[in-house]
Design a binder for this molecule. Structure first.
Ligand code: NDP
Ligand code: MG
Length: 387
């Protein structure tokens, strides 16, 4: 039995991870779960999966949750410390890191410190502190197994073609989001409800907005650099509207290895938590090539969707610049979701705010948190109001 902790269990990736686990109940046991505030769903999950520990990040909800599950043996913890305790608990073998945003960094680092393998969905961990995370993973001898579908695809391609000098480039595919082909005039009028409709994937709100602005692809560009230890000039991005090819690796002998499949996050989750094996699904349905015969490729428009360009620039600057970019983006997305700024303001405000960052090249964890905090404060001051 592999013992799993799921951080962000009540979210899109968290619930799909539990779905994969329940299909393989002979293989996995859940020993820890965490959520931010959704105590009703967390209670259901505690009753179904019977973890040893569960944590609710919002301290105000601790008592209610504890009372509601008083008949269960699960130990209930709270706050960031509680989440960190679940992330690093002795009993687990692998931690699914599926909290959204920079809030995932501390618990993920704690899990690595405790020598747990990581199934990494929380791309913000790599974006904000890629260097520190990779160094710590190396020091502790643990594996970081990508859950992000593109990175899982690359991981699977590399299993076949190998890693090293013979990689000519990594090709990250990108759905283009709901506004592909639209101009700035159109984007200025976009409402949160429009941006929350992704053509191919059903995901949490923050990543859905990031997919619409193409910031998601920018964050994935940075994530790929750290996960696969490749220079960024070897990472290309191609818009592929069908989201069937999840990413590719091209080798210097001219071979391109691609990973294909219907868009379903349970596949990369399963690849990560089952690694090095693969799940056997009895009701497995073969991929329909005829239905998917029209695969198209185009270049992204980085002038209209400037968030992608800003992310590429941030990793080129390096140091704390990506952490700053990420913090600024999280705040801008929150303001947009609350109808306080327009869709195009997201990129404009990040662009303006990032000029104020004082970059620290050789950074530590505290520098990352400071950059994140400064970014959020600067975005709020440019907006000129409160959340
Ligand atoms: P969701 O918003 O659906 O879920 C987020 C989870 O994190 C919830 O369990 C939430 O708890 C918890 N959470 C939120 N804030 C905090 C906090 N401050 N402290 C502790 N826990 C917190 O997000 P997704 O599942 O969509 O995304 C999770 C991560 O995976 C993101 O980094 C995203 O980029 C990445 N990812 C997601 C994909 C997807 O298909 N959804 C695809 C590829 C990557 P609660 O429910 O109580 O609010
Ligand atoms: Mg992705």
């Amino acid at each position: 039995m592999k013992k799993l902790c799921i951080l962000g269990a009540t979210g899109s990736i968290g619930t799909q991870s539990l779905d994969v686990v329940s299909r393989q109940s002979d293989k996995f046991a859940v020993c820890g779960l965490t959520a931010n505030s959704n105590i009703n769903l967390l209670e259901q999950q505690i009753r179904e999966f019977k973890p040893l520990k569960a944590a609710i990040a919002d301290k105000a909800l601790f008592k209610t949750l504890k009372n509601n599950v008083a008949d269960c043996f699960t130990e209930i913890l709270c706050g960031e410390d509680g989440v960190v305790e679940v992330a690093s608990m002795n009993e687990s073998d692998i931690v699914v890191s599926a909290i959204v945003g920079a809030a995932g960094l501390k618990p993920t680092l704690a899990a690595i410190e405790a020598k747990k393998d990581i199934a990494l969905a929380n791309k913000e961990t790599m974006v904000t502190a890629g260097k520190l995370v990779c160094e710590k993973a190396k020091e502790k001898g643990i594996k970081i197994l990508p859950v992000d579908s593109e990175h899982s695809a690359i991981f699977q391609c590399l299993m076949s073609g190998g890693k090293g000098e013979n990689i000519s480039r990594i090709i990250l595919t990108c759905s283009g989001g709901p506004f592909f082909g639209k101009d700035r005039k159109f984007l200025e009028k976009v409402k949160p409800s429009d941006a929350l409709k992704h053509p191919n994937w059903s995901m949490g709100q923050k990543i859905t907005i990031d997919s619409a602005t193409l910031m998601n692809k920018g964050l994935e560009f940075i994530e790929a650099k750290w996960l696969f230890d490749v220079p960024t000039d070897k990472i290309d991005i191609l818009v592929h509207r069908q989201s069937v090819i999840h990413s590719m690796v091209e080798y210097t002998d001219g071979a391109v290895i691609a990973q294909l499949g219907e868009p379903d996050m349970r596949v990369p989750i399963s690849v990560a938590i089952n690694y090095p094996e693969r799940e056997i699904i009895k009701e497995y349905k073969p991929f329909d090539f005829i239905k998917n015969s029209n695969l198209t490729f185009e270049l992204p428009d980085e002038d209209t969707f400037k968030c992608l360009k800003l992310a590429k620039e941030a990793i080129a600057v390096g140091g704390t610049q990506p952490a700053y970019l990420n913090g600024a983006n999280e705040m801008a997305v929150e303001l947009f979701l609350k109808n306080k700024i327009s869709f195009t303001d997201i990129g404009d405000i990040i662009e303006e705010s990032i000029k104020k960052n004082i970059v620290i090249d050789d950074y530590n964890l505290e520098d990352v948190f400071n950059a994140d905090k400064m970014a959020r404060e600067n975005v709020l001051s440019i907006y000129g109001g409160k959340l």
